[in-house]
Design a protein around this ligand. Structure first.
Ligand code: AMP
Length: 542
């Protein structure tokens, strides 16, 4: 296993390998699926349809192109491609070449990327040329100047001198299937990013065995088959999208449909492609429901729709469930591992008001108080979990791991939940210091750390404020330096100068003289949250 990743204890490893892990790597599973489903449609984007055979050929060529550049198994590739067919080619090519993709988000900018490249000692960086007006090649140059290991920039689109055009690598000669490396199933397959609660983003190592098994368990719970046409209008790099589209399509021989996130595209694509499974975050469901032409389209192909990454109030779940054909359910997942999903034949109450139960019989969950003692059924506590696909540690984060994972190997999720009378989990809130903006997580501490040196800021506390569409947005409470006049624009300009992802920018500023404190002299974010919610309520009445 690569240095910095934490393995399962030996006895657990043996148990999982015997009981549930596939003991295969993604490259193997990919080639098996391509052979078995060769003439089925693997991918659809607009009017372009790609069969498994074509997907296999492209991924193999690109994998050979990457190996010809000198990239070696287990080396890390910063992966930052937008939703596109190239994403799939690049993602599966990295698996075939035994490379470990670091799944960056498109909004990530220099600050996050330099940190990730250096932490993971990335040797390559896969990007679009320009996306939504942002010049990724220019940014790549700046990142490369600060990361000694980063040798290869691979560009989808028009590559500048010295950078490798993805199109050219896609034409590389293929050595036979035997010529691909075979990573150990216990090895890290992908490095995912955590929205995290700390000043610097945490990196989540997902192994070949655990990630494949995680998906097999989802496939079983949701009864996916090769007949499914899956659509997840979310960034492909997210764990939720890998779990509900990229991996299950491949593992079953189903079809993955790439779709824009706007309501019209969602409606049109469901009708045109006869989509059977739609998964997305609550925010996108809300926007979609408000689409004036919603009722003009045919959704009868849908057998399953699901939402997750953020709490959806039951009232909205009933509304959506009643409007769409097939089964609607709420999913709870985390990039760190454990996934909870109701069963397809659970009652509406269970599917709409709870997130059901863990998907694997080897998942262990507990609801505990702050000392780790299980609370009585029905009472609120923190969800902690361990199992065959829940990490035993973040990547290169020894000190933090001692806090996040207890001595029994349970991961403390920071989510506050309770169990209903049947043992289904209801998510009530969270203890962790995170803003959940439309499913995208923002670490409050990270934003505070980036702004605390601002000359006009004396103290800062970033908190979530509720938002009808996104669920939450970031709000900054600031005690300014004496005499300083601070505006929200000052904050956004400072963050733009630090080159961080835009979704982390606070969207409201509250200037205060002092902060409320808890009994242990910590800033009481709970009191600040109550304050902003009271203000929002007041304003909504005006
Ligand atoms: P991520 O790793 O970005 O997917 O974030 C995982 C976190 O998202 C969880 O720890 C929860 O805080 C939150 N989350 C995921 N699914 C749900 C859900 N159905 N309801 C409420 N919160 C959720």
């Amino acid at each position: 296993m690569i240095q910095g990743a934490v393995p399962w204890p030996k006895e657990r490893e043996e148990e999982y390998a015997r009981e549930c892990w596939p003991n295969k790597n993604f490259g193997q599973v990919f080639l098996e699926s391509v052979t078995e489903h060769s003439e089925r449609i693997a991918l659809v984007e607009g009017d372009v349809r790609v069969t498994y055979r074509e997907l296999g050929e492209k991924a193999k060529s690109l994998a050979c192109g990457l190996m010809n550049l000198g990239l070696k198994p287990t080396e890390r590739v910063l992966f930052q491609l937008p939703n596109s067919l190239e994403f799939f080619y690049g993602y599966w090519a990295c698996h075939l070449a035994g490379l470990i993709s670091v799944m960056c988000l498109l909004p990530h900018r220099e600050k996050e990327l330099v940190y990730l490249a250096n932490l993971t000692e990335a040797v390559a960086y896969m990007i679009p040329d320009v996306y939504r007006g942002h010049d990724f090649q220019e940014m790549a140059g700046e990142i490369q100047a600060q990361c000694p290991t980063l040798k290869h920039i691979i560009v989808s689109g028009k590559a500048r001198g010295g950078y490798h055009p993805l199109d050219e690598l896609l034409k590389s000669d293929v050595r036979g299937d035997q010529g691909f490396p075979q990573p150990d199933p216990l090895e890290v397959a992908v490095l995912q990013l955590s929205g995290g609660t700390t000043g610097t983003p945490k990196v989540i190592p997902r192994t070949q065995n655990d990630y494949i098994y995680n998906n097999q368990a989802i496939i079983q719970r949701l009864a996916f088959t090769e007949k499914d046409v899956m659509m997840v209008p979310l960034p492909l790099a997210h764990n939720a999208t890998l779990n509900h589209l990229v991996h299950p399509a491949l593992l079953t021989g189903g079809t993955a449909v790439v779709c824009r996130f706007d309501p019209e595209a969602i409606s049109r694509t469901i009708e045109k492609e006869k989509v059977t499974h739609l998964f997305t975050v609550p925010t996108i469901f809300y926007r979609w429901l408000e689409f004036p032409d919603f009722d003009k389209y045919d959704y009868s192909s849908l057998r399953l729709t699901g939402t997750g990454a953020q709490k959806m109030p039951p009232s909205m779940a009933y509304k959506i469930g009643n409007k769409l054909p097939g089964v609607f359910l709420q999913v709870f997942g985390m990039t760190e591992g454990v996934v909870l999903i109701p069963r397809l034949d659970d009652t509406e109450k269970t599917r709409y008001e709870t997130v059901g139960k863990p998907i694997s019989p080897w998942d262990e969950i507990k609801v505990v108080d702050e000392e780790g003692k299980e609370v009585p059924p029905g009472e609120l506590g923190e969800l902690i979990c361990r199992g065959p696909y829940t990490i035993r540690g973040y990547y290169k984060a020894e000190e933090y791991n001692r806090k996040a994972i207890d001595s029994d190997g349970f991961y403390w999720s920071g989510d506050l939940v309770r169990l209903d009378e049947d043992g289904n989990v209801i998510v009530e809130g969270r203890r962790k210091d995170v803003i959940n903006r439309g499913g995208e997580k923002i670490s409050a501490e990270e934003v505070e750390d980036l702004l605390i040196d601002h000359p006009k800021i004396s103290r800062i506390a970033v908190i979530p404020m509720s938002d009808p569409e996104l669920g939450e947005k970031a709000c900054a409470y600031v005690i300014p330096e004496e005499g300083a006049e601070l505006t929200l624009q000052d904050l956004t300009e400072a963050l733009a100068n630090r080159r961080v992802a835009k979704f982390k920018y606070p969207e409201r500023l509250e200037i205060v003289d002092s902060f409320p404190y808890t009994s242990v002299d910590k800033v009481s974010k709970k009191a600040l949250r109550e304050d902003i919610e009271a203000k929002l309520l007041q304003e909504s009445k005006k």
